[in-house]
Design a protein around this ligand. Structure first.
Ligand code: FAD
Length: 445
């Protein structure tokens, strides 16, 4: 695919034309560096379009990369209202599409180009030789392919079963557009699994449908010890729209209109007479839920590393993020959902000039934000283009969830926002610690 390039001017290959991949392209343009974007879908932002109906909780000011903004503004584009909250579709239509249509970028994007393998030319993984100096067809590879295309399965043990695969017509992974799929969900019994923002969005959509179609029944299955753990920082959240999600779900829970089963661990899911049966343990006791028509699985995503088998990468055994980032984002132990600013140095793998950035850099951790990815690619591109000092100067300032400072005793470890370096009130922005140190120091313990 890349044979077309002159060996003397190899491009940087960017895998994935989502917001972080396109931001990498913008930074490379700024540095006068050749690149190519390989996007599996029919459009840039194709994963985001799958949740295009969902309103983002961060306003435009956090969703636009600075280098991309400069390129767009030079071409006469006007930035949307900084305080407004785009939907996923608006993010694509008002930002990613105009960006991808800039002449400097358009020619370098290949759509429907799914990457199925990354390797060193003439060197499989085992062959050491001079791996770092063997000519490859791209100068560097930036994998920004996200995780959206690789959802977690239903079972609590994380294993895909044939029974679950058989039910693919009755299961939606992610957040269904209930308005568009009214016929599918009206007056049906739907079981929603998960405790993050995706599950909350799905529940709020179904609850709206329930007001119109009163026989619509909703189950919510999650693993939290107590339901209030999902409410988040609410009014104290630095992002009002994210706080609002917590307020609205609390109101829905208190209205008694949904059946909540928590802590629930799912051990099996089976088709039974045109319905679905779920078996598991509720608070440690065996429990079966029958007569389910539809399921919405919002249990997160995992990185697809199948096409990286021939490159040398270091992934954490638990989180599947790059191992240096794992202690900062491991939801089992990390405090406040925070991550300190990080860049090229932390994102390095044993394979030279190979980086995983964006959502995928967080592996299975659910806490990634766009602004983090934009700073990652700024730093990586600075390094790749010889600006070592610029690569080291990483900055990240984001609003906090408001969870840590108000509710230290509760489970505040599922929040999303990286903190500023200056925040010492909520133990955010702490230096990189080992897992053991994190456990001993965590403000969530
Ligand atoms: C519902 C929802 C709401 C969110 N709201 C916010 C928010 O308000 N604020 C915020 O900061 N973050 C938010 N996020 C988190 C995150 O910022 C987004 O998931 C964002 O899309 C991640 O960008 P990305 O470029 O890393 O990956 P993606 O947007 O997933 O882009 C990856 C691209 O790679 C392509 N691809 C995949 N595999 C291959 C392959 N093998 N070869 C070639 N191409 C491939 C995909 O088609 C896709 O276009 C939200 C996420 C979700 C799911």
């Amino acid at each position: 695919m890349m044979g077309q390039f002159d060996k003397n001017a190899l491009p940087v290959a960017i895998i994935g034309g989502g917001p972080v991949g396109l931001a990498a392209a913008a930074h490379l343009i700024k540095k006068g560096e050749k690149f190519i974007v390989l996007e599996a879908g029919e459009s840039v932002g194709s994963s985001i379009l799958e949740w295009g109906h969902v309103q983002m909780f961060s306003p435009w000011q956090y969703n636009i990369d600075q280098a991309a903004k400069e390129l767009l503004e030079n071409a006469g584009w006007t930035s949307p209202d900084e305080e407004a909250l785009p939907t996923g579709r608006e993010l694509v239509e008002k930002y990613l599409l105009p960006l991808s249509n800039l002449p400097e970028i358009k020619e370098q994007i290949m759509l429907q180009a799914k990457v199925v393998g990354v390797a060193k030319k003439a060197h499989d993984k085992l062959k050491t030789g001079k791996r770092d100096t063997v000519p490859i067809e791209a100068k560097a590879v930036i994998d920004s392919s996200g995780t959206w295309t690789n959802p977690n399965p239903i079972l609590s043990n994380g294993i895909w079963t044939n029974a679950e695969r058989q039910l693919h017509n009755e299961i939606h992974y992610g957040i269904p557009n209930v308005v568009q799929l009214e016929n599918r969900y009206q007056n049906k019994t739907t079981l929603v699994i998960g405790s993050g923002h995706s599950a909350i969005n799905a529940l709020l959509g179904l609850a709206t449908l329930q007001q119109k179609y009163s026989d619509t029944k909703i189950y919510w299955v999650l693993r939290k010890k107590q339901i209030h753990e999902v409410y988040g920082g609410q009014e104290n959240d630095g992002l009002a729209a994210r706080g609002e999600l917590g307020i609205r779900i609390q109101q829905l829970v208190e209205s008694g209109r949904i059946n909540i089963l928590t802590p629930f661990h799912i051990n099996g899911v089976y088709p039974t007479n045109d319905k679905i049966t779920v078996v598991g343990e509720l608070s440690g006791e065996e429990f079966t839920i029958g007569d389910i028509d539809e399921m919405v699985v919002s249990t997160g995503f995992r990185p697809d590393t199948s096409f990286l088998n021939e490159v040398r990468i270091n992934l954490d055994s638990t989180v599947e993020s790059i191992d240096t980032l794992a202690p900062l984002i491991d939801p089992n132990i990390h405090s406040c959902g925070t991550v300190r600013p990080h860049g090229e140095q932390e994102l390095r793998h044993p394979e030279k000039n190979f980086y995983i950035v964006g959502m995928k850099s967080y592996g299975r951790a659910p806490t990634f934000l766009l602004a983090t990815g934009y700073e990652q690619v700024r730093s990586v591109v600075a390094y790749l283009t010889g600006d070592v000092e610029g690569a080291k100067e990483v900055h990240l300032e984001l609003p906090e969830t408001g969870v840590c400072s108000v509710n230290l005793a509760s489970n505040s470890c599922d929040s999303d926002i990286p903190a500023t370096e200056t925040n010492d009130r909520s133990c955010c922005g702490s230096p990189v610690l080992t897992r053991l140190e994190m456990k001993n120091n965590s403000c969530c313990e």
